[in-house]
Design a protein around this ligand. Structure first.
Ligand code: AMP
Length: 158
């Protein structure tokens, strides 16, 4: 229920000073065209492909280094000990694509933030990052700003 309301709230945009100075107009006439969903290896492939099918969007895969056969872009991110990286095919999506990043879980947000960097390398726009589970106490959504984060289940502590 709370998630349904959050979804509706995000679809409404505020337009300040319309139709007169001092009025914030709540604009409900907003459509979100999604060109592609990006699934992060490996459980993001399950969530992301279902989401792409439901939205009628394309599906792109973001993989661990060395797994993709064609030319790639790479983005590194910090782990608790050391660094890791993710790769995407250079032609994974059309230029100016509007995309959703999908994974099973957001913890620190490093994985999704690296994926967002790959989207910008390809000239795309992240419309939202979507997860089944959010470990809210790790504040991963702050690492993803200014991108919006949607999660079905939130854990406030371990
Ligand atoms: P992070 O980059 O810290 O947000 O980590 C998110 C990625 O690591 C996702 O791809 C998750 O599948 C995985 N992950 C991190 N922590 C957990 C956890 N506690 N349980 C399950 N998966 C996790």
């Amino acid at each position: 229920m709370n998630n349904d309301i959050a979804l509706i709230r995000r679809a409404i945009r505020d337009i300040p000073n319309f139709p007169k100075p001092g009025i914030v107009f709540k604009d409900i006439t907003r459509s979100q065209k999604i060109d592609a969903v990006l699934g992060i290896e490996s459980r993001g492939f399950i969530i992301g492909s279902a989401l792409a099918y439901k939205l009628g969007a394309g599906f792109c895969i973001v993989r661990k280094p060395g797994k993709l056969p064609y030319d790639t872009h790479r983005a590194s991110y910090e782990l608790e000990y050391g660094t890791d990286a993710l790769e995407i095919h250079v032609d994974a999506m059309p230029a100016n694509a509007r995309v959703i990043i999908a994974d099973d879980l957001i913890a620190t947000g490093g994985t999704a933030a690296a994926t967002a960097k790959l989207v910008s390398k390809l000239g795309g726009t992240v419309v939202e990052c979507a997860f089944v589970i959010e470990l809210s106490f790790l504040k991963g959504r702050e690492k993803l700003k200014p991108h919006g984060v949607f999660s079905l289940l939130q854990y406030d502590s371990e």
